[in-house]
Write a protein that binds this ligand. Sequence first.
Ligand SMILES: *Cc1c(COP(=O)(O)O)cnc(C)c1O
Length: 408
Amino acid sequence: MKKGFTTSLLHNDRLGKPEHGSLHKPIHTSIAYGYDKAEDLAAVFQSRKKGYAYSRQANPTVGALEDKVTLIEQGVGTVCFGTGMAALAAVFLAFLRQGDHVISSRFLFGNTASQLNTLAQTGVTVTFVDATSVANVEAAIRPETKLVLVETIANPATQIADLKRIGELCHKRGLIYVVDNTLTSPYLFLTTTVQATFSVNSLSKYFGGHGDALGGSVTDTGLFDWSKFPNMYDIYKSTDPKQWALLQLRKKGLRDFGGTLAPEAAHVLSVGSETLALRMDRACHNAQKLAELLAANPKISKVHYPGLPSHPQHALAKELFTKPGALLSFELKNADDTFAVLNRLQLGILSSNLGDSRTLLIPVAQTIFWEMGEQRRAEMGIAESLVRVSVGIEDTEDLLGDFKQALA
Ligand SMILES: *Cc1c(COP(=O)(O)O)cnc(C)c1O
């Protein structure tokens, strides 16, 4: 019988029959693995046999986490990385070549935008478009376009990409479709429903959920026909084309560039993920209540939250996601009061992270989006007085009470 989301996560390690019947996959710290027979060692190196060679490219504890991500993303397989940024970089470096073109949503996590700008210095060109409409993506396609990148809910202004139609377009045109699922997590959204090629997660955020370990993942959904993709290396064309991209990602993206996830962090993330659904339910509930409270406050000029009917993609969020997420942002009518209001909060913590179990706030233009300058911020829909709130799992009344007193 097919098990539910949390049941499957909780019992997945055990099904792999770990040592001594331990309920968690143990933390394997060995960097290297020994073989009795040279033939076996050679077979592992040539990917003819399952096994471990060197922990930069595969490790049993990290492997158990990869299995969990694959399970809840309902994909073919997953490669984990030391951070979400390493995961994204690995996709670009493993599947793009000189002269290729990338189309990216312009509403993007700041460091991802910065990474793409760096990539654009190396012989790959990048076009940023307003991906809330598929027409903008279609108009940007060139003969050398290979890949389209979008986020599900963009951070910090919560724009939602035209996920389904972009998926149809990419499918029709043979383009790799990368969907960063971090803000929704596989609990709120399955990227397979919009025909994504790769589902990318920063595991540092909701997946791990406690702000105590960094990690990233790339899941191959199995929906892309790799046998038709020109940038595959012959050496990775194993018997099953469904495995080609995962192998190339592991070898080119992880082994060669070394953005490896430590087994200790993999364990922490794995344990954190057991409560993903419980935390998400509570955080989304809190976010909805807080968004409504802020929207009704006369001192607030704007609230961005997909769960509010005023959000431009409210209907789309309802259609695609089980819940509208736990991230919101707002602007004060009197922008000069912003820092004073933030300083009055007692529970909400001024911090740059998101997806923690605690509520975290940050004025974005002065911090995480400061480096890119005012013009680029304006293009991304980021007002100078915008405050991002990553809503946590505190008791709802405590959280609302804190915002009420800070705004009084
Ligand atoms: C945080 C984040 C990343 C980067 O993840 P790290 O684990 O911090 O490197 C990528 N995309 C989105 C949407 C994020 O929120």
